[in-house]
Design a protein. Sequence first.
Length: 396
Amino acid sequence: MKYLVFIFLLFALFSCKSKKKIALSEPGVFYTCSMHPQVMQSTMGDCPICGMKLIRVEKKKGTTDETIMLSDQQIQLGNIQVDTVGKGTIGDEMILTATLNVDETKTTTISARIGGRIERLYFKSEGDYIQKGAKLYDLYSEELNNAKQEYILAIEKQRVLDNSIVDLKQLVQSARNKLLLWGMNEAQITELERTKKSSPLTSFYSSVSGYITMLERHEGDYVMEGGTIVRLANLSSLWAEVPVYASQLSEFDPGGSATVRFPELGKEVQGTIQSMNPEINPNTRVNLVRVAIPNADNQLKPGMPAYVVLKNRQRNSLTLPIDAVIRNEKMDIVWLQTDKNTFKTVMVQTGLETNGRIEIRSGLKEGDVVVTGGAYLLNSEYIFRKGANPVAGHNS
């Protein structure tokens, strides 16, 4: 009888403990750690990572996998700030970063007219300035040397055999044209005609002035007919290349004017919008706009940073702080507050950017409450918690 009473008491004790444990688990509630939000338990207790007391969090009705809910402490620790979307004036002036580059319309490639071995280069470094008419290189070419001898022989035949029956002028002119075609100038041919002596090396001269941007050959190299010797660039004008988002292209007027500023030099110049790439880079969603600027004093150099200032009309539009928009290679998104401490992402189309604010052309309406501070932290928290990027559910 005593054993039966003892077994009954043990059963009643375990039954009470089991009921107490069940009572701690509440539907629609979970417990998490403010320092380790990945910890989510159905019962109260301590964080298994840091030992801190878990925080009680209620799941809001309508919360889906696309949303994320934070506690008041998490909002405070993450410095999450929200603001109501409203209309404001944007425009008047758009400032974009740019990089100076060579004006490709003012570049020249000097190529070999005939094959041979380069015995000497008179300019050997990129960046060297070559004056028009300056001696560029000496070439040894068997074919060209044979053509020189043919010209000398044609002149001698004309001098000895020239009479009313035989006319050798056409033969001499043909040999002369061949030398001109292969790159010898009038002065060199005249000297050959006068001395009747052919040098094994032939000098070639630059037909334009410019700076060396690429040196393709070196002394001792063999060059084929048509092979590139050097590339020259005239730096009297340059391109300020501006990466521009697709949404900003409408603000550029092809052939319009723009101001290019150089804070390091304390100067600005007026430029002309010359060209745009015919297609947009699919990875970055940006286009490259080229603004041509004068460089008469050669003070500006390719590779220098600059700012392009574009004047445009002001307009009244929805605007947000630039940091509120998260950009990637596919789309722009913002975090929208749907309930207390509850957020989800929405895709937006952006427009102008000026004075730290960005235009929202679609995706939001006036009165929406969006995250303006801590958007990137919220994005990281979503990925950390759910193991997926919040933009995965959007269509690009």
